[in-house]
Design a protein around this ligand. Sequence first.
Ligand code: NAD
Ligand code: UDX
Length: 480
Amino acid sequence: MKIQKICCIGAGYVGGPTCSVIAMQCPDIEVTVVDLSQSRIDEWNSDEHLPIYEPGLKDVVTKCRGKNLFFSTDIDSAIHAADLLFISVNTPTKTFGLGKGRAADLKYIESVARRIAEVVESGEKIVVEKSTVPVRAAESIQRILKANTKPGVSYQVLSNPEFLAEGTAIQDLISPDRVLIGGEQTSGGYKAIDALASIYEHWIPKHKIIKTNTWSSELSKLAANAFLAQRISSINSMSAICEATGADVNEVAHAIGTDSRVGPRFLQASLGFGGSCFQKDVLNLVYLCEALNLPEVAAYWQQVININDFQRRRFATKIISCLFNTVTDKRIGILGFSFKKNTADTRESSSIYVCKYLLDEGAQLVIYDPQVSREQIISDLTHPIISEDPERVERLVTIATDPYKALSGAHALVVCTEWDEFRGYDFQKIYDTMAKPAFAFDGRGILDAEHLLELGFHVEVIGKVVRKNNMIPITPPAEN
Ligand code: NAD
Ligand code: UDX
């Protein structure tokens, strides 16, 4: 089966970049990305700002849009015309009902499956789960489609999880470590797997395309994110030991990462991982284990999240204890609000939680991020999960567009995101304008701590002791 037309439902961080790269690499295929949100689609069609900030994305979109890449809200027409349909809608953690706070909410997936069944009138269609879903979600999609199939229509449901990371999405899509495709182990299933593989084969070597059964593919996505998150929680747990003993977490990471069985990547200690995927997918896995009556396995993975929560609180507690156990009414400059550099995405950013803990203590925060908008920061900090008093947040928080102004008069600067520009600041100039003693808290280990010490800063870095006088501050135990 040769794919000529693709429809991608969901024009978000995954659907948009993934289909833009497919369109660029497959000029013979027409790709239409659809979404319910008119404003999102308008932004994809705009020459000014795309709805997401991603290095290299604009070039790819500009190259293909209007030729073989289209963005539209006419969902039904695009479904009707396509041979292959990607489902790239969001699958957030449930906020109420059964499995609240852990299970993935599949309501958007279900509504897309129902819409496909309603719209498709004839022919063979391949429906591809691109979204991250619990194991056996394909079975639910299959059942909804089967129960509503019109005569003359047949479906194959595949799992093709996405492994791109934000900030490097285009590079990850052009040159992925692997592409994973799971499908039914039947002749129809194999045919559909091969049809999807033939799209990727336009630019990805065959040996990088892994073909499995549907459930292995679905589970592998959750497992991959759980393993990656676990690595960060493991190194972050070591960072706490380093700070208490004088070991240096970077030296430890290097020493263990040079073992080829461990490998060097993803061992950067931080104030905790953020992003829309890790927490959601690990919790999804925990819920799955509980549902499968595997409480020990569930507890094992839950601990990855517990350590992450601990790390965020530990970092905030260190700031408060160093500032003489009170930050009330003290101006604190926050550098970085996105969950990692090179993205404007703030979903589950550790910065939100550190700001929350400081706001709970009455600190006056001045926040600077090179990409995140004022509206987004205020919306995150006034979310009911973060604050019960939005007016108080608005009173205590100022958003700065100039980092030097943000830090002028501040008692402390706090690095929450590893934006490259932070490394190049004139810290003498910053030090001169700050309240004394001036404190620097580096939650990413990106600043030149020795230089800051020489300038007169009191410096705290995740995972190492850099204080000149070697005084260990009295840190009250982190509370949950
Ligand atoms: P997103 O929120 O950025 O985008 C989802 C889009 O789907 C939204 O624009 C929404 O309006 C649209 N949508 C929802 N229901 C719809 C419907 N019925 N019809 C049409 N459009 C609909 O989400 P995302 O970050 O792109 O994530 C999508 C999926 O991919 C999730 O399952 C996520 O776990 C997974 N994933 C995300 C990343 C990432 O880096 N963001 C990486 C790998 C996998
Ligand atoms: C992640 C997975 O990497 C990707 O494969 C999947 O498709 C989606 O989820 P993403 O969340 O976009 O991607 O970014 P990632 O680079 O994984 O970083 C996640 C968080 O971990 C960020 O907050 C980052 O700063 C943090 N991190 C990452 C660390 O604290 N230390 C590290 O060594 C690596």
